[in-house]
Design a protein. Structure first.
Length: 296
């Protein structure tokens, strides 16, 4: 049985840890509110932009050719893995690692075996994990320190330039989508080449929206496509940011509860140990008194 000093030391240590996890939970909750507001504002804009782009592309028909829609034999792949800069968020980062590994095994096994897979790691955890396994594109370890559209735009432009130059035949994103505080969903989305919108069987590529084009629909689409790709990546980063804070808040809440349960057990152990020590002392005193009485 542990000594009273050892049990007291463990109780003090667990109490300190509980205070830290409780504080981290409060910080994560404050950051989550801001991150959740950002992604809720971003989603309608991104969806509307994609809708407009789809309508314009449908109106343009086969006359509209984009360098970002070129379908090529997939020999080289760029995977954009979005994680966090810090840990202590449960399975948040490891789920992204598993998602990328599953993608490479199921969809890009031949490219991975040939060493033709590159990762654009957004977040320090992704940079550290994939930097030991595959070639990396760029350095975006600390995007979330000062998260802004300009920072994410640089990453998107680097991926887009690589696709245009023929360095990559497909660009895929893997990230956590924010559903609620306790739930994050791993998403795998193809960024490049552009995937045509699926139409119902028998439907024609037409639009009911009547647009007035200035200067021309071709010029507008050429401008909208790069902007849409950048917004799509920025939205994925915002989803990941909100998911990170939700996952960390949940993890720290669970850690605080576990610390409370451990404290109950330690205090019970302390009381039992203290009671046993007192009982032992009483028995020693009684035994000594009886020995003195017998010697008289």
């Amino acid at each position: 049985m542990a000594s009273l000093k050892e049990v007291r030391s463990r109780i003090t240590s667990v109490q300190s840890t509980q205070q830290i996890t409780k504080a981290m939970k409060m910080v994560a909750a404050a950051k989550l509110r801001r991150a959740q507001d950002n992604i809720l504002r971003m989603r309608p804009y991104a969806q509307r932009l994609n809708s407009i782009l789809g309508n314009l592309t449908a109106l343009a028909g086969e006359d509209m050719v984009s360098e970002y829609a070129e379908q090529r034999e997939v020999r080289r792949v760029l995977v954009i893995a979005i994680t966090s800069d810090r840990g202590l968020a449960g399975a948040f980062n490891s789920n992204v690692f598993k998602g990328v590994n599953a993608l490479l095994q199921d969809r890009y096994a031949a490219q991975a075996a040939a060493g033709a897979v590159t990762v654009l790691a957004i977040g320090r955890k992704a940079h550290e994990y994939f930097g030991k396994r595959v070639p990396l594109l760029g350095n975006y370890q600390h995007v979330f320190g000062k998260l802004s559209f300009d920072t994410v735009r640089e990453a998107a432009e680097e991926a887009m330039e690589g696709f245009r130059a023929g360095q990559y035949d497909e660009v895929v994103m893997v990230y956590n989508e924010f559903k609620n505080v306790a739930t994050q969903i791993i998403r795998t989305e193809q960024l490049l080449p552009l995937v045509p919108a699926e139409l119902p069987a028998g439907a024609q590529a037409t639009s009911n929206v009547d647009y007035i084009f200035e200067p021309s629909k071709e010029e507008i689409v050429r401008t909208l496509i790069p902007q849409s790709l950048k917004v799509q990546l920025y939205k994925a980063v915002l989803e990941s940011n909100a998911s990170e804070h939700g996952a960390r808040m949940t993890a720290m809440d669970k850690a605080t509860e576990n610390a409370g349960e451990l404290l109950k057990q330690l205090k019970l152990t302390y009381n039992r140990t203290r009671q046993a020590a007192i009982t032992t002392e009483i028995l020693e005193i009684v035994g000594g008194a009886e020995a003195l009485a017998a010697g008289r």
